[in-house]
Design a protein around this ligand. Structure first.
Ligand SMILES: Nc1ncnc2c1ncn2[C@@H]1O[C@H](COP(=O)(O)OP(=O)(O)OP(=O)(O)O)[C@@H](O)[C@H]1O
Ligand SMILES: [Mg+2]
Length: 448
């Protein structure tokens, strides 16, 4: 299951884990090495390339995106001196839905210890209630909460005694075509996909401290084209969503208000404090030269437009996702990360409009990441490694769809039919309960 990687001499090293984050602005490859057989992993390299062929987190040009992936992989390979061959991929894009369902099984007339097979059965029972529209697939199946004999809040029922096991399950449903395109893109770049993780989950794992994820927090990764939202409580994800608005929308607002090119608007966005309450009241003018012309604009007008955009993003779109999580108490508040969280004063601004504590987070492993590649835009990439490790420790935590469904349309066949014409959406995946149960069976095969 793990990300085997080979040195240039062909030696395969199961101790190396590789993650690939397909971002709208940049593609990142993270390489980590395990400290020991069951230990943590240390990030040993981060490769990067500007993103091409990806818009709002979604692949819009397969060949361009595959070339960008290859470039980022080459950058990482140079840094770590290894040839990378297998990756866990984080992506978003398209419609991502999080659906809650319940399942129950009887353990018998007298109490007995819960076995791994019981957990698989109760997951399957909850899964049977999830209806997946045509051309969509379940990417993750996440146990949110277990109850034993009506006692809720059981973190891990394995080995515990009871007569009845209940589960609340979260299924993350995405368009099959989106997943297939990501799969083909990575395979076309010469890599094998060993797993997928939806971006908001990877970002939350990279950003939240264990205390925050247990107490209750909402993690928002403000990327270029998207915001990944994850509500965590009791150490588990309660809800995951992708909102198709990101930092690039703010840049576009600045460009359209000031009637200037995007690259100039991007510079202004990064340098000017657009979020402090004082800026709104200032009569000060924003002055700059561009192409030999002097521009002068009202700073308060610009600030108002940007603040309106961000206020709507958080008080309407993010709040809607928090509401859908069913978590009413978030004592650890809002944790923002991603490149957009670098905006000057955005944390204090969000604390005012959301009326909750806000922390602008670096990756929790930032002090062990390469200098210059340890900022908030790398939180998601670093979280992929945490995801891979957690999944290895507890295979039932974030179960993934079996990749077998995607293999039929991988590199060879996509190349033959012409990747541009490829329409994975027309491939109706096999019946979902069958395929998720297949992944559970695969887990068992690995365990025994
Ligand atoms: N100093 C800064 N101030 C404000 N915004 C910034 C700053 N630095 C980067 N950004 C913004 O962060 C965004 C890019 O963030 P990031 O690299 O996390 O995105 P991504 O992961 O490629 O995209 P996505 O996750 O949406 O697919 C851009 O909109 C960029 O303008
Ligand atoms: Mg991102």
């Amino acid at each position: 299951m793990f990300k085997k990687t080979s040195t240039t001499s062909g030696y395969r090293d199961p101790e190396v884990l590789v993650g690939l984050d397909l971002g709208t602005s940049k593609i990142t490859v993270v390489v980590a090495e395990r400290d020991g057989p069951a230990g943590e992993a240390q990030i040993i390299g981060m490769g990067q390339a500007p993103s091409h062929g990806i818009r709002k987190g979604m692949i819009v040009h397969l060949d361009q995106a595959a070339r960008a992936v290859r470039q980022a992989v080459g950058d990482a390979e140079n840094m770590v001196g290894l040839e990378l061959s297998e990756v866990t991929v984080s992506f978003s894009g398209g419609e991502v839905r999080s659906v809650r369902s319940k399942g129950m099984i009887s353990l018998g007339r007298s109490p007995r210890a819960v076995k791994q097979l019981d957990i698989a059965r109760v997951i399957e029972a909850a899964q049977a209630d999830v209806s997946v529209p045509a051309n969509q697939m379940i990417l993750h199946t996440i146990p949110v909460e277990y109850s034993l004999d009506g006692n809720s809040g059981i973190d891990d029922p394995l080995g515990m005694n009871g007569m009845r096991l209940d589960i609340d399950l979260e299924s993350v449903i995405v368009p099959s075509a989106t997943v297939q395109n990501v799969y083909n893109c990575v395979e076309n770049a010469g890599l094998s996909v060993t797993g997928f993780v939806i971006k908001p989950l990877a970002s939350a794992l990279g950003a939240l401290t264990p205390e925050e994820s247990v107490a209750g927090a909402v993690s928002v990764d403000i990327g270029g084209g998207t915001c990944g939202v994850a509500v965590f409580a009791d150490g588990r994800p309660k809800h995951l969503a992708v909102v198709p608005v990101g930092g690039d929308h703010i840049t576009n607002d600045v460009a359209s208000v000031l009637k200037i090119p995007i690259n100039k608007a991007e510079e202004i966005k990064k340098e000017v404090d657009l979020f402090s309450p004082e800026t709104l009241e200032h009569t000060e003018k924003l002055e700059f030269d561009h192409n030999g012309r002097n521009y002068s604009y009202s700073l308060s007008e610009l600030t108002e437009i940007v603040q309106c955009r961000v206020e709507e993003l958080f008080t309407v779109l993010v709040k809607k996702e928090v509401g859908a999580s069913g978590v009413s108490m978030l004592p650890a508040g809002l944790v923002i990360t991603g490149g957009g969280s670098r905006s000057i004063g955005i944390d204090q601004y969000l604390s005012r409009v959301m009326d909750m504590p806000v922390r602008a987070a670096l990756p929790i492993d930032s002090n062990r990441m390469p200098p210059g590649r340890n900022g908030p835009e790398y939180t998601c990439a670093s979280g992929i490694i945490k995801y891979a490790l957690e999944q290895e420790r507890d295979p039932f935590r974030y179960m993934e769809q079996s990749l077998d469904l995607l293999k039929g349309q991988s590199r060879g066949s996509a190349a033959q039919s012409g990747s541009r014409d490829y329409d994975a959406g027309s491939q109706e995946p096999a019946r979902r309960e069958g395929s998720i149960f297949q992944s559970i069976k695969d887990v068992f095969k690995e365990l025994f």
